[in-house]
Every structure is written in structure tokens, then in C-alpha cells.
Design a protein around this ligand. Structure first.
Ligand SMILES: Cc1cc2nc3c(=O)[nH]c(=O)nc-3n(C[C@H](O)[C@H](O)[C@H](O)COP(=O)(O)O)c2cc1C
Length: 199
């Protein structure tokens, strides 16, 4: 069995993004569980607004970004809560994706809210991941009141430590569960996998 590759896609373009920090924690947990990990920071990719009429040559960095997603065994999608849903940046990335990227790929979901509710964001992510046949795992993470959840810590990811150890444990578990599920999928006979749906 080879080490699974887990990538995380951050749907916030903000320099001081709490979502990105939380994703780094999840990736660290995945790394400890035996995965190769990479953060795919959408700020580093030229990703034009998706237009089905454009061909690959006019899609900026989309081909090389999608290649990384396609090669991954697991993807963690993290988004800020924007108007009760997920961010336009993540949506634009997601519009480029299809079955080719997500078939036989396990997916972890994380949402970060400025206020108190994140459920609709996680639900919207789960539904759209299903539509490209991604296998979203049951464990997911919502972070409410994001600005209150971190405190300065020099050696921590982005120089920030979680204030609440239970929340940190939930984020860690996201990385760990995803690796476990990716490893399980590597050993699952292909004829036991559900036939591709037509919806
Ligand atoms: C356009 C926009 C819409 C937002 N909508 C919501 C919202 O509906 N509910 C909420 O709790 N926070 C909302 N927020 C606050 C963000 O969820 C919050 O600042 C979050 O920490 C941003 O994530 P980030 O730190 O990763 O950028 C919104 C922020 C922006 C910029």
C-alpha cells in the first residue's frame, strides 16, 4: 500500500485566513497518520472565472491545479461561510472539477464562520461534492466565531494555536479519518465499489 496523498483547498483568499490555518492543522494530522500532504492555496493559481466555452489554453493554471486534485486520494475542502454558503473562490475552483477529479476520492469538509452558524455551508459543500462522485466522510468541522478561536503561538501553523482543545481535536480527526478512509479505499476491490451514478 502506498502512502495516500491528501491535498487541502482553501476557499479563502484572505492573507490572515482562519480557514487556511485550520486546514494546515488538518494536513499536519494527515501527515502524522502517514499521508503525503499539500495545501493548494488558490491565491497561487491563476484561475479565471469558469467558462465552459474556453479551452485548456485559456484556463490559466486550472490544468495544473486539476492535475494535483486528480492525483490525490483525498481532498479537504475548506471554506469561509459567505452569506450562509461557501465562497465564490471555492465555487469557481469546484466548477472546473468533475468526476475525473473526484471519482474514488475521499473528501473532508471544513467551514469557518465569523458568526455562529456554518451548517448550511457544510451542507452545500457536501451536496456539490456528491454531484462529482466525491466520497465526503461523515466527520466534518465547523468553526464558529473564528476570530475568537486562535491565540498567538510562535511555533504553531501560521503562528496561531487553537484556544479550544476540543475544536483542535475535531480538526485533527478530520485529517486522520480522511487518511484512514483513503487507505481503506485503496484496499477495496474495485468490483465492490458502487457503480457510477448517472446523476
Ligand atoms: C462576503 C462575506 C460574507 C460573509 N457571510 C457570513 C455569514 O453568512 N455568516 C457568518 O457567520 N459569517 C459570514 N462572514 C464572515 C466570515 O465567515 C468570517 O470572517 C470567516 O472567518 C472568514 O474566513 P477566513 O478567515 O478563512 O477568511 C462573511 C464574510 C464575507 C467577507
Amino acid at each position: 500500500m502506498t502512502s495516500p496523498t491528501i491535498v487541502a483547498v482553501c476557499g479563502s483568499l484572505r492573507d490572515e485566513s482562519y480557514t487556511r490555518t485550520a486546514l494546515k492543522y488538518a494536513l499536519e494530522a494527515a501527515d502524522r497518520a502517514g499521508a503525503e500532504t499539500e495545501l493548494l492555496d488558490l491565491r497561487e493559481y491563476d484561475l479565471p472565472v469558469f467558462d465552459p466555452d474556453t479551452d485548456a489554453a485559456d484556463r490559466g493554471d486550472a490544468p495544473r491545479l486539476l492535475e494535483r486534485v486528480r492525483r490525490a486520494d483525498g481532498v479537504i475542502l475548506g471554506s469561509p461561510v459567505y452569506h450562509g454558503s461557501y465562497s465564490g473562490a471555492l465555487r469557481n475552483f469546484h466548477d472546473y472539477c468533475s468526476f475525473d477529479e473526484y471519482e474514488d476520492t475521499v473528501v473532508g469538509l471544513l467551514a469557518t464562520a465569523g458568526g455562529g452558524s456554518y451548517a448550511s455551508t457544510l451542507d452545500h459543500l457536501r451536496i456539490t461534492v456528491r454531484s462529482v462522485h466525491g466520497r465526503a466522510i461523515p466527520h466534518q468541522v465547523g468553526i464558529r466565531n473564528a476570530a475568537d478561536q486562535f491565540e498567538p503561538a510562535e511555533t504553531a501553523p501560521d503562528g496561531r494555536a487553537f484556544v479550544d482543545s476540543d475544536l483542535e481535536a475535531r480538526v485533527d480527526r478530520l485529517g486522520r479519518d480522511l487518511v484512514e478512509e483513503a487507505k481503506r479505499l485503496q484496499t477495496e476491490p474495485t468490483d465492490r465499489r458502487p457503480a457510477s451514478a448517472d446523476d
